[in-house]
Write a protein that binds this ligand. Structure first.
Ligand SMILES: Cc1cc2nc3c(=O)[nH]c(=O)nc-3n(C[C@H](O)[C@H](O)[C@H](O)COP(=O)(O)OP(=O)(O)OC[C@H]3O[C@@H](n4cnc5c(N)ncnc54)[C@H](O)[C@@H]3O)c2cc1C
Length: 427
C-alpha cells in the first residue's frame, strides 16, 4: 500500500536544513516546525527579534505537511451557540477572527510570493447530509446575515449542491465564498524557504528533549545541542506527546487520527462532473468527510477512531464513504493514502496564551488549522513582544486540562464510535 501523501509526491524540493549541533543564542526558541512555528518565526523576525525553530523530524512532518489544504474561516462551534452562551459581541469577535485567519494565509502567500502554495479561493461548500443538518446551516447563514449584515454565506438547494459537487447525496448546503484550498506542504516549505533566505535558523531532526527555565531565560536541549533564549514558543499541537517537554500541553487536547485518500487520475468525463467550480467541500457529519479536486484526481478525507496511524480499515472506510457520496467513483483505484493527527479541545476552539512569563503556546485547532495556525503564529509574535491581545474565547486561560486524560485512548474510541453511531442513525 502506498502511504506516501499526494503532497509529498508533488511538492517543491525541501529547503536544505540540518540538525542542531552545539550552542546557539536567540531571542525566542520555537519548538515545532509546522505552520504555527514557522508563522511565529516569520513575524518574530519581522519585529526585529531573532527566532530559532527546532523541529523533531522533517519540516512540516506533523499535520502541516499532510493536511487537506482546506482554507476556511469556520470553527467547530456555531456562532448562534456562542451568542446564546456568551453574548453577541463575543460571537461577532469569533466570526471576524475566522476571516482574519483566512486573510493571514492570503497575506503570507502574497507577501512571500508563494505561488507554489497554489492558493485558490473559489469557496467552501458545507453539504448537509440530512434535513436536521440543513436546518443548522440555515440557522448559521441567517445568523451571519442578520448579525454581520454581510452575504458571506449563501444557502444552496439540493439541486445546486448536486451541480456544484457532482453528488446527489446532499439535502442542500451553504457556500462560503471566501475560502478555498492550497498545497499544504508547499505552503510550509515556502515559508521555510523565506525564513532560510533571511537567515532565520530552522533546525530539523532536532527534538527538544529538555527545557530548563532560569532566572535569565530558557534553555532547550536536543540530543546534540542547546538553544539559550529569552522566551520559548510551543508549536507542537496534536504532536505534543513526542517528548515529555510538552506534556502539560498534551493534557489539554485529545488527538484524533484523520486520514486521506487520493484517486488515480480520473477519466475526463468523470472528472468534469466533480466540483466543476473549483470549490472545496465538507459534509455536516460529526465525523466530517470532505473532498477536493487536485489536478485530475479527487482527494477524500475523514476523521475517525482509527488509532494513531491510518490503518487498512480506515482507508477502506474512506473508500466506501467516497463511493457512497460519488457512486461514479465506485471501484476507482486509489493512488495515495496517508494520515495524521488532529486535536480536539473540550470547547472545540483553538487557544493561544502563556504558561508563565517566558513560555507561550498555541494549540487546539480541532482539525481546522491551516488558516488558524498561520494566524496564531502572528499572534504568538505579538504575545512574546508583550503586546496585550484581545483573543476572547481563544485566550489561553480558557484552555483547561482534559479530566481523566490518561484514559483518552479508549475515550477517543468510545467518543468516535458514539459520534459515528449518531451519524449513522441520522441524528
Ligand atoms: C489528515 C489531516 C487533514 C487536515 N486537513 C485540514 C484542512 O483541510 N484544513 C485545515 O484547516 N486543517 C486541516 N488539518 C489540521 C491542520 O493541518 C493543523 O491544524 C495544522 O497544520 C497545525 O499546525 P501546527 O504547526 O500547529 O502543528 P503541526 O503541523 O502538527 O506541527 C507540530 C510540529 O511539532 C513537532 N514537534 C513535536 N514535539 C516536538 C519536540 N519535542 N521538538 C521539536 N519538534 C516537535 C512535530 O514533529 C510537528 O512537526 C488537517 C490535519 C490532518 C492531520
Amino acid at each position: 500500500m502506498n502511504i506516501q501523501s499526494l503532497w509529498a509526491a508533488t511538492a517543491e524540493p525541501d529547503v536544505p536544513l540540518s540538525s542542531l549541533q552545539g550552542d546557539r543564542r536567540c531571542d525566542v526558541v520555537i519548538i515545532g516546525g509546522g505552520y504555527t512555528g514557522l508563522s511565529a518565526a516569520r513575524h518574530i523576525a519581522d519585529s526585529g527579534r531573532e527566532p530559532v525553530v527546532l523541529e523533531a523530524n522533517s519540516l512540516a512532518s506533523g499535520a502541516s505537511g499532510r493536511n487537506g489544504g482546506v482554507v476556511s474561516p469556520k470553527f467547530r462551534v456555531s456562532f448562534q451557540s456562542v451568542m446564546q452562551r456568551f453574548d453577541r459581541d463575543t460571537a461577532l469577535h469569533l466570526y471576524r477572527t475566522g476571516y482574519e485567519a483566512v486573510d493571514s494565509v492570503i497575506e503570507t502567500v502574497d507577501t512571500l510570493g508563494l505561488s507554489e502554495a497554489k492558493l485558490t479561493l473559489n469557496g467552501h461548500i458545507a453539504a448537509a447530509h440530512n434535513d436536521k443538518a440543513l436546518a443548522g446551516l440555515q440557522a448559521t447563514s441567517q445568523w451571519i446575515r442578520q448579525e454581520t449584515g454581510t452575504r458571506s454565506s449563501v444557502m444552496l438547494d439540493a439541486e445546486e449542491v448536486a451541480q456544484m459537487t457532482g453528488s446527489q447525496r446532499f439535502r442542500g448546503g451553504m457556500l462560503t465564498p471566501k475560502a478555498g484550498g492550497l498545497h499544504p506542504l508547499n505552503f510550509a516549505r515556502g515559508i521555510a524557504r523565506h525564513l532560510h533566505g533571511r537567515g532565520v535558523q530552522v533546525f530539523i531532526d532536532s527534538p527538544a528533549q529538555r527545557v530548563e527555565c532560569r532566572a535569565d531565560g530558557v534553555v532547550v536541549e536536543t540530543a546534540r545541542g542547546r538553544v539559550h533564549a529569552q522566551q520559548l514558543v510551543y508549536a507542537t499541537n496534536a504532536y505534543s506527546d513526542l517528548t515529555p517537554v510538552t506534556a502539560s500541553l498534551h493534557r489539554r487536547i485529545v488527538p484524533f487520527c484523520s486520514a486521506i485518500i487520493a484517486t488515480e487520475p480520473l477519466p475526463s468525463a468523470v472528472l468534469a462532473s466533480l466540483l466543476p467550480g473549483g470549490q472545496v467541500c465538507g459534509d455536516t457529519k460529526r465525523m466530517l468527510r470532505w473532498f477536493r479536486v487536485i489536478g485530475d484526481r479527487l482527494i477524500f478525507g475523514g476523521r475517525g477512531a482509527f488509532g494513531k496511524d491510518g490503518s487498512n480499515a480506515a482507508y477502506k472506510a474512506l473508500e466506501e464513504n467516497m463511493a457512497e457520496i460519488f457512486p461514479q467513483l465506485s471501484g476507482q483505484p486509489i493512488a495515495y493514502r496517508w494520515s495524521g493527527l488532529v486535536d480536539m479541545t473540550l470547547d472545540g476552539l483553538p487557544h493561544a496564551g502563556k504558561l508563565d512569563e517566558r513560555r507561550f503556546y498555541a494549540i487546539g485547532y480541532n482539525g481546522g488549522g491551516v488558516a488558524m495556525s498561520t494566524y496564531m503564529g502572528a499572534r504568538l509574535a505579538e504575545l512574546t513582544a508583550g503586546r496585550p491581545l484581545d483573543l476572547r474565547l481563544l485566550a489561553g486561560e480558557r484552555l483547561n486540562p482534559i479530566p481523566l486524560h490518561a484514559f483518552r485512548a479508549p475515550g477517543v474510541r468510545l467518543a468516535a464510535g458514539w459520534q459515528q453511531f449518531l451519524d449513522a442513525i441520522g441524528h
